[in-house]
Design a protein around this ligand. Structure first.
Ligand code: HEC
Length: 129
């Protein structure tokens, strides 16, 4: 797997988020922790640091347990929220098996699930909701 590709995905995830937030500071802080966490995950994936990867994916799962994330379980987000949680779990399981093929693929899927939810938000905003 090549790093440029992961880098491009990570950038894509970022660039599709608008600078202003309609959801409040708690969610912003959560998203920034999520971003940091996903960058650490990327580092662990490309260097095959399995223990670190295990710890980071658990951290990511913990972030989706808090009250700030609950905003995202509202019906309009529920699908994307569930997809994201599934993607984190798939990554943790692939890492637990030390699976060199499934792990980077699962990381890519996780990043795409960030992008998908953000795109969904952007579309709704364009539609004037
Ligand atoms: C279920 C939906 C959803 C998923 C999945 C999601 N986000 Fe977000 N993200 C949001 C919402 C809602 C906001 C607030 C944006 C707004 O209102 O403009 C946000 C904002 C952000 C912000 C900007 C925060 C700020 O200060 O403005 C970053 C960075 C971010 N997300 C990173 C991520 C990363 C990295 C992932 C994946 C690891 C991710 N997000 C997954 C919904 C999601």
């Amino acid at each position: 797997m090549n790093r440029t590709w992961f880098g491009a995905l990570a950038l894509l995830a970022l660039s599709s988020v608008s600078a202003t937030s309609a959801q409040g500071p708690a969610l912003d802080r959560l998203m920034h922790r999520k971003l940091e966490c996903s960058q650490k995950i990327l580092e662990a994936v490309v260097t095959s640091q399995w223990e670190d990867l295990d710890a980071r994916t658990r951290e990511m799962e913990a972030l989706t347990d808090g009250p700030a994330w609950m905003v995202l379980t509202a019906p309009e987000y529920a699908l994307h929220s569930a997809g994201f949680i599934r993607a984190v779990r798939t990554l943790r399981e692939a890492a637990a098996r030390r699976d060199l093929d499934a792990t980077p693929t699962a990381y890519a899927a996780l990043t795409l699930s960030c992008v998908e939810c953000h795109r969904y938000l952007a579309r709704n905003r364009l539609a004037g909701k």
